[in-house]
Design a binder for this molecule. Sequence first.
Ligand code: TYM
Length: 332
Amino acid sequence: MTRVFSGIKPTGHLTLGNYLGAMRQWAVVDQHRAEALFCVVDLHALTVDHDPARVRRLTRQAATLLLASGLDPQLCTLYVQSHVDEHARLSYLLECVASDGEMRRMIQYKEKAARERERDGSVRLSLLTYPVLMAADILAYGTDEVPVGDDQTQHVELARDLAVRFNQRYGHTFVVPKATRPAVAARVMNLQEPASKMGKSDDSGLGIVYLLDEPDVVRKKVMRAVTDSGREVVYDPEERPGLANLLEILAACTGGNPDELSAVYQSYGALKKDTADAVVEVLRPVQARHRELCADPAYVEGVLRDGADRARKMARPVVDTAYRAIGLLPPV
Ligand code: TYM
């Protein structure tokens, strides 16, 4: 059976981008067709300036929202990265096959490092090695497929490269994974700055729809989305990125196609109204289930405990094999 792994980082409140680009696919498709693991990657949240209490809170919230989005612990394994030591163990071995040059070439590193340097004057070493830990997440489970939004493709490519290199040097150890992406909404853009991704750690308020935004807040954000001065509704991501983003969001929420949908609308206003309604409807059941789950924290904890137990059992043999292959003496 195909093995699927993916993760989400608790660095901010989860967004519509996370949902349409990744989480919904995990719940609706992946957990039904594959042996699937989904992980709240809290170690990755420590790579930039962080508040310990906030990371803990966001980790619990992300796990709760993943369940609210439809992940079913009977069908998949849901857990927290730091509960399974194998991630950190394997990450070190992979640092011994990765080069600093390939880390410095990562687009997200360049962007985030520039931001951190400006804000703080320094960059955590863990930000540079971030993609190695991510490769360890993936490779520890013999993963075939990694369902992610567009922005993670380069990181998954690196995991492939490291798997191939390790296998060539030390003998076949890892499955070589590949990224998969949703048909639409693989890159949901910021509603106020359609040239940038809708990212959870930017706090430019109106441009980001959060999964827990109230319906009137969602409506306000979508109705105020930046479009352009044209009048005709056309799907042209290059020339009309704001409009294309709304069409993609609407298509992702209603199961349509952005190009076909553009022909349906005569005005931006009508498109915005329908998009706002569609987003509110998509979020409604997630928010309702989230409220129920918040009232039952013991259930969520139980899911995470069982998930970590299962994940540990899967990762252990793979990581132990890698330890032997690379030249470490088994404990006596
Ligand atoms: P993260 O936490 O930034 O995002 C989680 C998932 O949501 C997708 N996503 C988006 N998709 C479409 N439009 C957007 N605006 C948008 N924003 C986010 C991301 O592509 C991702 O699939 N490095 C990863 C976490 C990670 C991981 C892993 C993923 C750590 N280890 C192993 C897969 C496998 C990250 O920061 O995702």
